[in-house]
Design a protein around this ligand. Structure first.
Ligand SMILES: [Zn+2]
Length: 265
């Protein structure tokens, strides 16, 4: 008696069973590792809201250690973003050997953002040459800060993907070295994965910021997850801890996080 067709039948069944199983394992493996790479040992909530210290997280690297110029402070970025930024910087430097390019801010955690917010809220730092304590209505005061600064828990600077270059004034980029840098960035940054989230002409959100750039390959996931968190629990930001004016300000958060240049979505 010849059993060959029966063996073929069995082998066919084995292939039909093992292939989908193998596919599932690979898929879960990729999903698992992607998740691991996005948040490391941190929970998505903590990561997205900057409740961590980037200098202690292995996913982050000191920007200055990669040969990228910075100001005197220590700035951290996610390794993927920092390596891409190093390539961008080398390309810029080869096109414009004498034009300054430096990082003046990168990852900022919840506490740093709280200090920035509260310095403006309490008038310790002037906004447009004025003390905001002159604005009694808390919503109006928050809106004034939100022209250029995020409230804690809502800044893209928490994500390790975003950084500020050279000068924090749009006019700097109108002429001279600033214009060279900005023109080059607009033309070339996307080749390295970077985009400008706060462009002019958007319907709402922060004002134009020519100095702020973002590493989209990672940031797009954080933006998606931030929105999901907000949908699942609209009060999640309030649970992180208070900051000046938070009772009124947190309601404004989604508008600012979500109103970005389409190239960064
Ligand atoms: Zn910024």
């Amino acid at each position: 008696m010849d059993f060959t067709p029966y063996r073929w039948y069995l082998r066919g069944r084995a292939v039909r069973v093992t292939l989908p199983l193998l596919f599932c394992f690979i898929l879960f493996g990729i999903a698992g590792s992607a998740n691991q790479n996005l948040y490391g040992s941190l929970s998505p909530e903590r990561y997205l809201t900057g409740k961590f210290d980037p200098s202690k997280e292995p996913l982050f690297v000191l920007v200055g250690s990669l040969g990228i110029p910075t100001d005197k402070r220590k700035h951290y970025l996610r390794k993927e973003a920092a390596y891409a930024l190093r390539e961008l910087y080398r390309a810029f430097r080869s096109d414009h050997p004498g034009v300054p390019f430096w990082i003046r801010s990168a990852t900022r955690n919840w506490h740093t953002q709280k200090v920035i917010w509260e310095n403006k809220w309490y008038g310790r730092r002037l906004v447009g040459g004025k003390r905001l304590t002159a604005i009694a209505n808390p919503i109006d005061r928050a809106l004034k800060i939100l022209e250029y600064s995020s409230m804690p828990g809502t800044s893209r600077h928490h994500w390790g993907t975003d950084f500020d270059i050279n000068e924090l004034r749009n006019r700097y980029y109108d002429s001279g070295n600033g214009a060279v840098v900005y023109r080059w960035m607009k033309r070339n940054a996307s080749r390295f994965g970077f985009c400008q989230p706060y462009t002019p002409g958007r319907e709402s959100g922060y004002q134009e910021e020519r100095w702020h750039w973002s590493y989209r390959p990672l940031a797009k996931f954080y933006l998606g997850d931030w929105k999901r968190m907000m949908q699942q629990n609209p009060r999640w930001l309030e649970q992180l801890g208070p900051f000046a004016g938070f009772e009124d300000a947190v309601k404004l958060a989604p508008r600012y996080v979500e109103s970005i240049n389409a190239a960064c979505q």
